[in-house]
Design a protein around this ligand. Structure first.
Ligand SMILES: *Cc1c(COP(=O)(O)O)cnc(C)c1O
Length: 397
């Protein structure tokens, strides 16, 4: 096929060329005396992306799902009661994991398109005088529905109830793209992965852990081995790993973190906000709706777009792929056939976003959706040209 193919899935995301080149390296000795000169600053700097000074961040050779498992198995006991909510495929999968690992999970089902039910959490926590609930789980950014939840509000709910439960957050599609404040929000386990906002290949699972979570791990009795905090803490303290780390991915991570820090996190967040807003303007101009039910839930890293009745969203994604060489995200599980997703996460700018919108627009029209050609792209361009550039926005904030 002539020309480039384009990736607009909400993970994996595009890898900046400098990051890709930085991984084209021979294998290196992960037990060399100089390896810690590389790893120790890396361990320090990834904490900045999680916005934690008091916690630490473990880097596991796994995908994000491994970090989910590490969080649970290190800090909890079999049969522990935990509070969760389900409003999309990713919050569903974490709840499923909790049950399969033997937790007593109370899962609050919420309409897909809404987010963490903070008020329901608050009342459960306030009623739990005996502190039976050991952990509260939140999916910060539900990638299946394009919904971002208010984690600070969950922290307030815990504090107002004087409740000591651990706070677990899935930040796989938010950390490094949407403001995520591990220390300020008192997050005890913060999960992420390499192939979303970190702009890397899949293969690293990140887990931010608070001192409270580290302390809990000393007494927790759930079985763990590969993901043991003890093992990785001990090895990481001297700059090494308890097993063979993927050194090329770590070299790439060094460069991706450098890019994020050089741009400045506030600028990174402002860029994602502005690009997402362009997509939302386009969706509006098409006369379509987001899966996110209210403006406060709208995600800055992924937009899940509902197709009109009688249209199969999978067909839109197929046409986009075969005819226009662009990958959009399909609808998952409950919203399969109903929504398609545009990922706007990671290494992205206005022109790329306009390309994604143009490709989606072509595919929608081909699939029979009545859309005025150029309406979405036009609305995005209008937004980008009439609003200050994201770097200027962040500077003024
Ligand atoms: C992608 C994603 C995951 C799963 O991560 P993997 O790296 O595929 O294991 C979990 N949660 C959310 C919110 C995600 O977007």
């Amino acid at each position: 096929m002539p020309g480039y193919t384009h990736l607009f899935t909400p993970g994996p995301t595009n890898i900046p060329e400098v990051v890709r080149q930085s991984m084209n390296l021979p294998m290196e000795d992960m037990r060399s005396p100089t390896f810690p000169d590389f790893t120790l600053p890396l361990f320090a700097d990834i904490k900045k992306i999680f916005q934690t000074e008091t916690g630490r961040v473990f880097i596991y050779p796994s995908s994000g799902t491994g970090a989910w498992e590490a969080a649970i198995t290190n800090t909890l006991n079999p049969g522990d009661k935990v509070l969760m909510s389900r409003f999309g495929q990713f919050s569903h999968l974490w709840a499923d994991m909790a049950a399969r690992l033997g937790l007593d999970a109370e899962v609050i089902d919420v309409e897909w398109g809404a987010g963490v039910p903070v008020e329901a959490y608050a009342s459960r926590l306030a009623a739990d005088k005996g502190h039976a609930i050991k952990a509260v789980f939140c999916c910060h950014n539900e990638t299946a529905t394009g919904v971002t939840s208010d984690i600070a509000a969950v922290r307030v709910a815990l504090d107002d109830a004087g409740h000591p439960a651990l706070l677990f957050v899935d930040g796989v599609s938010s950390i490094g793209s949407i403001d995520f404040r591990m220390d300020e929000w008192g997050v005890d386990c913060a999960v992420s992965g390499s192939q979303k906002g970190f702009m890397l290949p899949t293969g690293l699972g990140f887990l931010g852990v608070s001192q409270k979570a580290l302390h809990a791990s000393k007494a927790a009795t759930m079985r763990r081995c590969y993901f043991s905090f003890d093992d990785i803490s001990r090895a990481n303290d001297s700059g090494y790993f308890p097993y063979t780390p993927p050194t090329q991915l770590l070299r790439g991570l060094r460069v991706s973190i450098d890019l994020l820090l050089a741009e400045g996190l506030p600028n990174v967040f402002a860029r994602h906000r502005r690009l997402a807003e362009g997509v939302r303007k386009a969706v509006d101009a098409w006369g379509l709706k987001l899966c996110a039910k209210e403006a406060k839930w709208q995600s800055d890293t992924v937009s899940a777009i509902v197709v009109p009745d009688g249209i199969d969203s999978a067909e839109v994604v197929r046409r986009a792929y075969h005819r226009y060489q662009i990958s959009l995200g399909v609808g998952l599980a409950k919203v399969a056939g109903r929504v398609f997703r545009i990922g706007h996460m990671g290494s992205l700018n206005e022109v790329m976003v306009c390309g994604a919108i143009a490709g989606a627009e072509l595919a929608l029209i081909d699939a029979g959706v009545a859309i005025k050609p150029g309406s979405g792209v036009g609305a995005a361009i209008e937004h980008f040209s009439l609003t200050p550039h994201h770097a200027a926005l962040a500077a003024a904030a």
